[in-house]
Design a protein around this ligand. Structure first.
Ligand SMILES: Cc1ncc(COP(=O)(O)O)c(C=O)c1O
Length: 401
């Protein structure tokens, strides 16, 4: 009898974490490595948010368990955020706070997936979506989008992917890994399809909501189509916009019966998310928001820089996305060429491995996100490092034979 659970055979470790670990190990061994793999801002948590965490510790507010699904103060701040920024009315009983957006996503899927249930996932996708679905015995149904549609799912593609077994569409805008963000009209085209299929719910991952550039206006499915509110889970968190990836706070708004089921699961697994982090998140959501625009100005500059440098590299083609802090260039033009090591590039994994070995630039291969040959660059890194990485990528591509 096998000791480890059979379910483990259905999933693989996160490629993004693997790349980050590999870059860290090379750096520790003395190599000059620029890591463009990590999916987190390089900025520190703003001082007022840190202070709120410290105050929670010193005042004793963080010493005890809290309500499993979050402190009332944070739930109230989340309801106010949904109302003000998204025009969505959620009551505190419809909100759950978890240990990062990832736990909230996990709970939502665990609370709903039965064996054989299908989940439509536009590709390229965030690596965790199909893995969690598969772990829970569901069937991920990836739908590959292309550069031609800006890596956005079309209504026709969605219609074709839906079957009587479809339980969820996982929607992510702005997207990890492409940075693509859907306009109101683009979302409406998809919600029109969903209106025809009442068995399908939408799990909208709005984690990168605040990271949009060039006056792009963010919107979310339940706002675009209020009739979908009853079958929408709106997922968000403080990790990305508030530079709080290490604090681990995510949350969702959803119909009460789903939220209750998620809270029950959480009560039997992790209980409440860290009390310190919850108090810090209250400050994040209710305190000054001005640093977001300041960070975005820097992110936009970096996006423009790296897109322009990539498009000057031989065999690389890179669209300019609307948001997040990722770009997703195609390396199709380098396939079949030979690297300085003598290795012929047959896949995007070969491309990123050779790039790391030859030039010390760590990026993540597109096939890990379900669509290649391409790679993901996170530009949430110092501008000087990004520029140097751009030069190295140009040199690497220029040296391919
Ligand atoms: C699209 C997307 N959703 C959710 C998450 C999870 O965020 P958290 O760190 O809050 O768990 C991430 C983090 O990388 C992400 O990229």
């Amino acid at each position: 009898m096998a000791f480890l659970a059979d379910a483990l055979a259905r999933i693989k470790p996160s490629a993004t974490i693997a790349v980050t670990d590999k870059a860290r190990a090379l750096k520790a061994a003395g190599r000059d490595v620029i890591g463009l793999g990590a999916g987190e801002p390089d900025f520190d948590t703003p001082a007022n948010i840190k202070a709120a965490g410290i105050k929670a510790i010193e005042s004793g507010k963080a010493a005890k368990y809290t309500a499993v699904d979050g402190i009332p103060e944070l739930k109230a701040a989340i309801c106010a955020k949904f109302k003000k920024e998204n025009g969505l009315d959620y009551k505190p009983s419809q909100i759950i706070v978890g240990t990062g957006g990832k736990q909230v996503l996990f709970n939502a899927l665990m609370a709903t997936i039965n064996p054989g249930d299908e989940v439509v996932i536009p590709a390229p996708y965030w690596v965790s979506y199909p893995e969690i679905v598969a772990l829970l015995g569901g069937t991920p149904v990836p739908v590959v989008t292309t550069m031609a549609t800006g890596f956005k799912l079309t209504a026709e593609q969605l219609e074709k992917a839906i079957t009587p077994k479809t339980k969820w569409l996982i929607f992510n805008s702005p997207s990890n890994p492409t940075g693509a963000a859907y306009t109101r009209d683009e979302i409406k085209a998809l919600t029109d399809v969903l209106m025809k299929h009442p068995q399908v719910w939408v799990l909208t991952d709005d984690m990168y909501e605040h990271l949009v550039y060039d006056d792009f206006r963010f919107t979310t499915p339940a706002q675009v189509e209020p009739r979908l509110y009853e079958r929408t889970l709106t997922l968000n968190g403080v990790s990305k916009a508030y530079c709080m990836t290490g604090w681990r706070i995510g949350y969702s708004g959803a119909p009460e019966h789903l939220t209750k089921a998620m809270a029950m699961l959480q009560s039997q697994s992790t209980s409440n998310p860290s009390a310190v982090a919850q108090w810090a998140a209250v400050e994040a959501l209710t305190g000054p928001q001005d640093f977001i625009a300041k960070h975005n100005a820097i992110f936009k500059e970096r996006r423009d820089l790296i897109v322009s440098m990539l498009n000057q590299a031989n065999g690389i083609q890179c669209p300019k996305p609307e948001g997040a802090f990722y770009v997703y260039p195609s390396c199709a033009g380098t396939m079949g060429k030979t690297a300085p090591s003598g290795k012929t590039l047959a896949t995007d994994e070969d491309f990123v491995t050779e790039l790391l070995e030859t030039e010390g630039v760590a990026v993540v291969h597109g096939s890990a996100f379900g669509a290649g040959p391409a790679f993901r660059i996170s530009y949430a890194t110092k501008t000087e490092d990004l520029e140097e990485a751009g030069k190295r990528i140009q040199r690497f591509c220029g040296n391919l034979k």
